[in-house]
Write a protein that binds this ligand. Structure first.
Ligand SMILES: NC(=O)C[C@H](N)C(=O)O
Length: 483
């Protein structure tokens, strides 16, 4: 059962080969048996899962047949779940039980999904290795001595190890696509505004976007269809009708114009990854795509501008965690200032503190123009690069990451080396365009991801290209040994 995709589960449930409750109990047993090796779950919500599974079976018995009815999923632990711990991977929210459900959680529950748990993540989604979590690092099922990527590393590890067929993630600067690449998954960051951010603990509000992670593009299409859409509770949600993501999957690729940005293949990219990416291009050509070299000249400024904008927004967003209203409070404060200071000093981890300091500095009087404003101007240039490129091509293709999954602890001494892992992914966040990572091969037993980028609101196109590629390749079907 554990190797089934969401689409296959839907067929089996419809044919009554097993019930949602049976599937849920089997999945819970597998999580209990195997998760200790991975640390992918912060909370396993077994009672809720059984309750939701029974409800899904009852809805099916009453004649409903939604594709996600009874589908097991997990949520990254920054989506608020009513009455259930929503920790954001941080000590400061370790005791926080959300009083309401995030829109994404609410919509997926209404579609009949069964929530098996809340998934580990980098603290406040800050990281690319899932090592900054208060609950300890997550291990990559392809090699337990390596990182799964981050910040949605728990979601990635759980799906790759077949503990779940699919999960939610969020992507502020690559956090869905980079862990998907490092664990052999398909992960989609939708256009900014396509998926509601209401009830998602905010990191960098102008960049954060929730999205699906699964093994196949088809499963991502199934999840996105339920997650996405206008939400009046999120002021940046865009009121535009959803495309039919499932119908789009079967479009032939004949005539598809692919752009390869020369900046994505320059120094810094592992040459073996470059070879795997070019092999995927050859497959797409066989499906009728044409290929042109393009340029995204401002890409080199993406990391510096992201690491001003994201910490600046984080320093503002995280000011609400003060020991008074939410979460952790220090013991025996002598006065209010002491309460603030010690609650935050004891509650936040090192990476979060580093970013709060950088962000506060960048926003402080006298430095705002030099850093934040300049970074915003660069952001505009990056967006214009994409707009110009998409006049020539339909999708942009390149590596998702410059390296394969690295050893746990390897980049801890030098945070900037981890920041550089986001080099190919964060431009999509800065511009707000959608991006997808799909499995494209292995090097020394470790997965390689290929990234596809498309114009605003063309998630259907990304899913279509990935699905067609997955019809002629089987990388996405490979499972790690031992899982
Ligand atoms: N949240 C993300 O998208 C991850 C990114 N590596 C960051 O640390 O900001």
């Amino acid at each position: 059962m554990h190797n089934l995709t969401l689409a296959e589960i839907a067929r089996n449930l419809a044919e009554k080969r097993f019930s949602a409750e049976e599937l849920t109990r089997t999945t819970l047993a597998r999580i209990e048996q195997l998760d200790p090796q991975l640390n992918a779950f912060i909370s396993v919500t077994d009672e809720l899962a059984i309750e939701q599974a029974k409800a899904a079976d009852a809805r099916r018995a009453a004649g409903e047949n939604g594709v996600l009815l009874g589908a097991p999923i997990g949520h990254k632990d920054l989506f608020c779940t009513q009455g259930i711990r929503t920790s954001c991977g941080s000590k400061i929210l370790d005791n926080f039980k959300a009083p309401y459900n995030a829109t994404v959680v609410e919509r997926l529950a209404a579609a009949g999904t069964v929530t098996l748990g809340k998934l580990n993540m980098d603290e406040f989604a800050m990281g690319s290795a899932n090592e900054s979590s208060y609950y300890g690092p997550v291990k990559n099922p392809w090699d337990l001595t390596r990182v799964p990527g981050g910040s949605s590393g728990g979601s990635a590890a759980a799906i790759a190890a077949r503990l779940l067929p699919a999960a939610t993630g969020t992507d502020t600067g690559g956090s869905i696509r980079q862990p998907a690449a490092l664990t052999n998954l398909t992960g989609l960051k939708p256009t900014y505004g396509r998926v509601s951010r209401w009830g998602m603990v905010a990191y960098a509000s102008s960049l954060d976007q929730g999205g699906p992670m699964a093994r196949t593009a088809e499963d991502c299409a199934l999840l996105l269809s339920a997650m996405a859409g206008f939400d009046a509770k999120d002021s940046t949600s865009v009121d535009q009708p959803l495309d039919d993501y499932l119908a789009a999957l079967s479009q032939p690729l004949a005539g598809l114009r692919i752009g390869l940005p020369k900046e994505y293949f320059s120094a810094g990219l592992d040459p073996k990854i470059a070879d795997a990416v070019m092999a995927s291009v050859e497959e797409l050509k066989k499906l009728g795509a044409t290929v042109t070299e393009i340029s995204l000249p401002n890409m080199q400024h993406a990391i510096p501008s992201y690491y001003v904008i994201a910490p600046a927004e984080a320093s503002s967003n995280l000011s609400r965690f003060d020991g008074v209203r939410f979460g952790y409070r220090c013991e025996n404060p002598v006065d209010l200032t002491d309460l603030y200071k010690r609650s935050r000093a004891e509650g936040f981890g090192d990476e979060v503190k580093r970013r709060i300091m950088v962000g506060t500095y960048a926003l402080s009087a006298g430095y705002y123009d030099a850093y934040y404003l300049k970074a915003q101007k660069i952001r505009r240039l990056i967006k214009q690069d994409f707009v110009a490129a998409f006049e020539q091509v339909d999708v942009i293709l390149g590596p998702t990451t410059p390296n394969l999954a690295w050893k746990l602890g390897e980049k801890n001494a030098d945070p900037v080396s981890a920041y550089l892992e986001d080099i190919y992914t964060i431009t999509a966040n800065l511009a707000g365009i959608p991006g997808l990572s799909m499995p494209a091969g292995f090097i020394d037993g470790l997965p390689v991801g290929v990234q596809l980028l498309a114009p605003y609101f063309q998630e259907a196109r990304l899913l279509n290209v990935a699905h067609q590629y997955q019809q002629v390749t089987d990388w996405h079907m490979r499972a790690p040994a031992g899982f």
